[in-house]
Design a protein around this ligand. Structure first.
Ligand SMILES: N[C@@H](CCC(=O)N[C@@H](CS)C(=O)NCC(=O)O)C(=O)O
Length: 260
């Protein structure tokens, strides 16, 4: 892949390997063959809550993109920014109505599956980070959070409840059913063109697969076929490099095996 950045202003992505939101942005950078500095934060040490990072992104979450002196936050906003500034490899339809359909997917993905996948992911892989903390230490850490404070409070040190996990898995199932209906007019989510709507779904399905939820699309050959075609793209290997996935597909150093 050729690597050029016609703006001449450097791109830096603050992210970490297993972050689903970061995987989305990495995939877009790879689709566009854009060189960038891969600045990996230490999630184990909550570097996303450090003073220097909060100055860059006061939400205290990854990813953050810098483009020269500009700071762009929020993965969906970042992917759209990249697609506007570097349009040579277009990931948005040229037709306004198709763009609206793509953006409707973005809204749905950000609201439903992106929030839902967090629950089983955190229950299996992230809450163990808190086993060694006292309740006071945990509370102090939660207090430092901005947008995720309530989520951590609800989850607590023991993880989200089984009811919450069941509800999340139900919402993931609804997402897959909705994808299946859209793919009847595929091959991609919006039709003929691979777009940001496809990219935005990839990390959720990969994570579902890595935590043992691939059977959700066992009776949905269109979804399975979509995923196989996504995996065959060079951008997939670039975004999901070894160590960026949970479980046997490429475990992340320091992460424990699924608890349930
Ligand atoms: N809306 C944000 C959400 C970003 C987000 O939630 N990032 C997660 C990783 S995927 C994070 O940084 N979590 C930090 C934490 O839970 O401490 C985006 O799309 O960029």
């Amino acid at each position: 892949m050729s690597a050029t950045n016609p703006t001449g202003e450097p791109l830096t992505l603050y992210n970490w390997p297993t972050s689903t939101c970061s995987q989305k942005v990495r995939m877009v950078l790879a689709e566009k063959s854009l060189p960038f500095e891969d600045r990996r934060l230490d999630s184990g040490k909550n570097e996303n809550l450090s003073d220097w990072y909060l100055k860059l992104n006061e939400n205290g979450v990854v990813p953050t993109l810098t483009h020269g002196s500009r700071v762009v936050i929020d993965s969906s906003v970042i992917t759209e920014y990249l697609d506007e500034v570097f349009p040579t490899v277009a990931l948005s339809p040229s037709d306004a109505y198709d763009r609206a359909r793509m953006r409707a997917w973005r809204q749905f993905i950000d609201e439903v599956p992106t929030a839902a996948i967090r629950v089983p992911s955190y229950n299996r892989y992230i809450r163990h980070k808190y086993d060694k903390l006292t309740q006071e230490e945990f509370d102090a850490q939660v207090a430092k959070r901005t947008v995720r404070r309530q989520f951590y409070r609800n989850m607590g040190r023991g993880g989200s409840s089984p009811e919450e996990e069941r509800a999340s898995i139900e919402r993931l199932g609804e997402t897959i059913a909705r994808m299946d209906r859209a793919l009847a007019n595929g091959p991609w989510m919006i039709g003929q063109q691979f777009t940001l709507a496809d990219v935005a779904l990839v990390p959720t399905l990969v994570r579902m697969s890595d935590i043992g939820l691939a059977d959700v699309w066992a009776d949905k050959p269109r979804v399975a076929d979509w995923l196989a075609r996504v995996r065959a793209r060079p951008s997939f290997a670039a975004a999901f490099y070894p160590g960026s996935r949970y479980g046997s597909a490429g475990s992340h150093p320091g992460m424990q095996a699924p608890a349930r």
